[in-house]
Write a protein that binds this ligand. Structure first.
Ligand code: FE
Length: 347
């Protein structure tokens, strides 16, 4: 008798659950995940399609080139976003500082992503790695003449250096890495030394610096590695192939701390309604299949060990990366931003 009652209750519960699946938006949303991405659709589409094919989870992606942080803040608890995908630890850190991300613990992510490339409490995870290198004129920079970031601040480089705005996230992170390695005073001296060597006021994006070397305006420039792959293979704007051909990539500081590297990465939004699916997506993006797609499509370094590089990237050769934890560099960014103003870098 008791047993029968139990079964009947079970059936009733199942029926209620069935009704709930049909009517409740919370249940209807199962099998979905909502992504805010500042990474471009051309790159994300094949990755997300592979994820959906494997898991059956539908990904709704909003491509937000700018303004993601402001939008998430404005939406607050009602934000539909479950996870974010952005470039640079600066952007990851700024979302975290604003309290928009939540801790995640995942054995898969801990295995796939080396600890220096993720937040210690799982607030964000690096998914692709890029190095911030020196592009040096093949004809005007002698072998061995420039081997370190410090060389960019050396008087021998007077009037020969090009770089984008000192306030750009990429350069703030580079300066923050110098603060971590050598302290704020040394970083300030470095920034004012580079400023004194500039061929022109900071302007343009990373590719524009290579163009300036190609056109003879400067001899060395600073930029991220993947742009070299994008320029070298550019069919839409073939002149960029010539820009790329005009420079060598120098991985700075190979005899000491190593080259500054940064990541693009992901974090789970604080009030994510599809948290489990968001974690599954990040796990998928850190896995071998997705890491290969990133490497092939965007000339980035896989964050996961053992995934092959794009042949163009492999041809740049091995390099030693700065081992400093990106979480530590991220916290030095506030100070780096102040230093850029202090030395009046952009003017
Ligand atoms: Fe970029």
């Amino acid at each position: 008798m008791k047993y029968k009652k139990y079964v009947a209750r079970g059936v009733l519960f199942s029926l209620l659950l069935g009704a709930a699946v049909l009517s409740s938006p919370a249940f209807a949303a199962a099998g979905e995940v909502n992504l805010y991405s500042s990474r471009q659709p051309f790159l994300m589409q094949p990755l997300l399609a592979a994820f959906t094919k494997k898991t059956g989870i539908k990904v709704n992606m909003a491509y937000l080139e700018k303004g993601m942080l402001e939008r998430l803040k404005a939406e607050g608890r009602n934000s539909p976003a479950d996870l974010i995908l952005v470039s640079d630890i600066g952007n990851l850190h700024n979302h975290d500082k604003a309290g928009l991300l939540q801790p995640v613990s995942s054995a898969t992510l801990s295995t796939n992503i080396p600890p220096q490339y993720r937040h210690p409490a799982g607030h964000w995870f690096g998914l692709t790695v890029r190095a911030r290198v020196i592009y040096a004129s093949k004809t005007r920079v002698k072998p061995g003449e420039v081997t370190t970031y410090e060389d960019l601040a050396d008087p021998k480089m007077k009037g020969r250096v090009c770089i984008r705005s000192g306030k750009h996230v990429y350069n703030i992170s580079l300066l923050a890495s110098i603060i971590v390695a050598k302290g704020a005073d040394a970083a300030t001296q470095w920034a004012s030394g580079v400023k004194a060597n500039l061929a022109r006021k900071p302007q343009g994006n990373d590719r524009a610096q290579v163009k300036a070397v190609y056109e003879g305006e400067c001899d060395v420039a600073v930029g991220n590695t993947y742009y070299m792959g994008k320029m070298a293979t550019n069919q839409k704007d073939p002149i960029q192939k010539d820009w790329a051909k005009s420079v060598n990539i120098i991985f700075p500081n190979q005899n000491d701390r190593g080259t500054h590297v940064n990541v693009s990465g992901a974090g789970v939004v604080k009030n994510a309604k599809n948290k489990a699916n968001a974690i599954r997506l990040i796990e998928f993006l850190s896995g071998t299949a997705a890491q290969k797609i990133y490497a092939e499509m965007n000339f980035e370094y896989p964050v996961k060990a053992g995934v092959p590089l794009h042949p163009i990237v492999a041809a740049w050769g091995d390099f030693k990366a700065d081992k400093a934890f990106l979480s530590k560099i991220a916290t030095a960014r506030t100070q780096a931003t102040k230093l850029v103003d202090l030395v009046n870098f952009n003017n």
